[in-house]
Design a protein around this ligand. Sequence first.
Ligand code: OOG
Ligand code: NI
Length: 266
Amino acid sequence: MTAQVTQLFNNIWQHYLTVTPSAEKIHQLLGSGNDVINDHVAYRTFNIEKVGLDKLAAHLLALGYKECGEYNFEAKKLYAKHFEHADSTQPKVFISELLVEEFSPEAQAIIHKLVEQLPEEAVTAENFLYSGRQWQVSHEDYQTLLAESEYAAWVAAWGYRANHFTVSINHLENHETIVSVNDSLKDAGFTLNSVGGEIKGDETVKLEQSSTMADHAEVAFTDKTVSIPSCFYEFAKRYPLENGELYTGFVAASADKIFASTNVAA
Ligand code: OOG
Ligand code: NI
């Protein structure tokens, strides 16, 4: 089963790189051999039965992942869960879903129209987690969604792919702190997500996180092709609990700010 998990994440990684060229550069910048380990990978979807969080999670549960935590983001109208594998060297997975019914009738209609186009069997296909967008969407509808929810617009444009991978700072040989990682990234010209400060969380919540602002890549909308934010790279440092084991959960207040990594720069 572990070989299958490794293969799945290799496929997800390759698919992510096609729209996130900076990830390869960041790997080289921070790593020194085989020390770049992924702390987690994140997914986004809509809470519509056909493509809900559970449908994505089914692919992980089948490979031995277990549900470990849940999170609510009231202002963003999102619900999320995270999953872990018994083999702790495998990435954790954070999956969120948009509470579609809480948006305007217009936005809801656009979202339902997209999801209806997706072939039923696409969701259970082996490649679902790296299948991208299997519906047509106009730039006009993208803009309508963007006005209400950056998250909704992102899913409409990119579909099913890792939204980000996350370097585990704990495993890096050349960096001890998140400040050192952030400084290297900035020196190399990368723009960090500074919403809520460059570093989200601290030792008291057992998790420090930072992320780049997403790369941009071209999307062929039905009416035109436009370059928009694609995917980003995150960095996480975990601290031990009383029992000496590293904290494995997420921190909702920090996650709330990480979502902004796919915002269009002001
Ligand atoms: C997920 C944001 C949350 C984390 O590590 O807290 C997250 C997203 O941007 O889709 O990944
Ligand atoms: Ni993350």
